[in-house]
Design a protein around this ligand. Structure first.
Ligand code: SAH
Ligand code: SF4
Ligand code: F3S
Length: 450
């Protein structure tokens, strides 16, 4: 039996696809070698953060209709954030009648039992004794953390291991759908996180990425005084050669203690993803981000004082409903001053059920123009900062063979910069000293020193 998982969205979803794969492998299935190989089960792990993510997922679910027609034994499951939106399970039920299973973000461990039920019902239908079985389960179970602790994981991102530390989000930024589709925050026990990191290190993973919508609020729902700072310090004590990254940090909760833990650690990378969203105090307030641009500047100052080589990346959004030309100019000014090593830029996309979707919207043409300007500015900053690396020697974890350059490997510096250099595929997973000889727009290029 073969399975294929199609993943959309963020790292959280990438990791949840590893858990879905773990469930399927526990049933004795193996992954399809490529997209052309026939699958017995296809799982769509969906995202709904912006309209285009949702349209892409629905489009591809539409495409498998033909495959299902040719192959009636195929089982199709839809999981992930999209299923959890109000009314979406009904939409799938009616418009995509060939979808067999819909599971919400906290029900992925139910996949094997639902597959068995679909199969059993099909076997009975063949004997003309039953109706078709379809599963729709998007409720948040009480025992989610316990079920999650016991669930298998089939990792696909070697040498990086994703490790969840907190699920859900309590922040309700006014543009964002995540709190509605991922429920309230739930921190995993610190011992469970530390054990999982230790196991991954023992298995040879060189990089651990701690995951949460807002890692900085880790522990507030636990009773033993746990915090993200304490967790970082504990993880740093684990023996072995490995590095640690984490995402995402919310500026309102990034403490001096976390900055100190990063700076004082051996293993926590000098690298942070700190989404700013906007450079305008008015827009930040309307977004319910609960920090000001001054507070953001002060965090950047503290991070750079503690770790002069830190790589700082961000998310920026343009076209939020209340964003005027002046507000956008404030964002441009912030981006110019902070000098991010990279920025993920987004056009605001109204999400049904969120407060911002009910406000008067900005014309799309204006949003397009703003994002164009922003991308141009950030590209020039990225290029300038990349040139500072030329001539230096940096430790890079070889993560993969380069998808674009034959005979080359790619990986990242501690600060998070992508580097490409000649090397054998057998060295993936090794830490390699790389002398940077050239900075191109997408990557640094260099040669291995050892
Ligand atoms: N939890 C993370 C973000 C998760 S979503 C955080 O708080 O930083 C990743 C990014 O998508 C966000 O940082 C934001 O920039 C963008 N985003 C979220 N909702 C969006 C929307 N409705 N339209 C456009 N971009 C959005
Ligand atoms: Fe969305 Fe805000 Fe939560 Fe991030 S912190 S997931 S942007 S609501
Ligand atoms: Fe998308 Fe859900 Fe992540 S909406 S961005 S997959 S948390």
């Amino acid at each position: 039996m073969r399975y294929r998982i199609v993943t959309y969205g963020c790292q959280m979803n990438v990791h949840e696809s590893e858990k879905l794969a773990g469930e399927l492998e526990s049933m004795g299935m193996t992954a399809c070698k490529d997209e052309t190989e026939r699958a017995d089960v296809i799982v769509f792990n969906t995202c709904c953060i912006r309209d285009n993510a949702e349209r892409r997922a629905l489009g591809n679910i539409g495409v498998v209709k033909a495959e299902k027609k040719r192959d009636p034994d195929l089982i199709i499951a839809v999981c992930g954030c999209m299923t959890q939106q109000e009314g979406m399970a009904e939409v799938i039920k009616e418009r995509y009648p060939y979808v067999d299973i819909v599971l919400g973000t906290r029900n992925i461990f139910k996949l094997p039992e639902e597959i068995e039920k679909v199969r059993a019902a099909r076997a009975r239908i063949k004997k003309r004794s039953d109706k078709r079985y379809r599963a729709f389960d998007t409720a948040y179970p009480e025992d989610y953390l316990a079920a999650d602790e016991n669930a298998p994981v089939a990792r696909t991102s070697y040498p990086n291991a994703w490790v969840n530390i907190i699920y859900g989000c309590n922040n309700f930024c006014t543009y964002c759908i995540v709190p509605y589709v991922r429920g309230r925050e739930l921190s995993r026990p610190m011992s469970a996180v530390v054990d999982e990191v230790r196991r991954a290190v023992d298995e040879g993973y060189g990089e651990i990425t701690l995951l949460g919508q807002n890692v900085n609020s880790y522990g507030h729902d636990l009773t033993g005084g746990e915090s993200f700072e304490k967790l970082l310090r504990e993880v740093d004590r684990i023996e072995g050669k490995f590095r640690v990254r984490f995402m995402t940090s919310h500026p309102k909760d990034l403490t001096d203690g976390v900055i100190a833990a990063m700076a004082e650690s051996d293993k926590i990378c000098s690298n942070i993803h700190l989404p700013v969203q906007s450079g305008s105090d008015k827009v930040l307030k309307d977004m319910n981000r609960r920090y000001t641009r001054d507070r953001y500047f002060s965090l950047i100052r503290k991070l750079r004082e503690a770790m002069p080589d830190i790589g700082i990346t961000t998310d920026v959004m343009v076209g939020f409903p209340t964003e005027s030309e002046e507000d956008f100019a404030d964002t441009m000014d912030l981006v110019r001053r902070v000098r991010f090593s990279n920025a993920f830029t987004f056009i605001y996309s109204p999400r049904k059920g969120t407060p911002a979707a009910a406000m008067p919207q900005i014309p799309y043409a204006v949003k397009r123009e703003r994002i164009g300007e922003l991308i141009k500015l950030q590209n020039s900053v990225t290029k300038e900062l990349s040139e500072d690396y030329v001539g230096g020697v940096f430790e890079v974890l070889a993560e993969d063979v380069s998808p674009k350059h034959e005979g080359m490997l790619c990986g990242r510096t501690e600060s998070g910069r992508l580097a490409t250099f000649p090397g054998e595929a057998s060295r993936v997973g090794e830490f390699i000293k790389v002398r940077v000889t050239e900075a191109r727009s997408a990557s640094l290029f260099g040669v291995a020193e050892d």
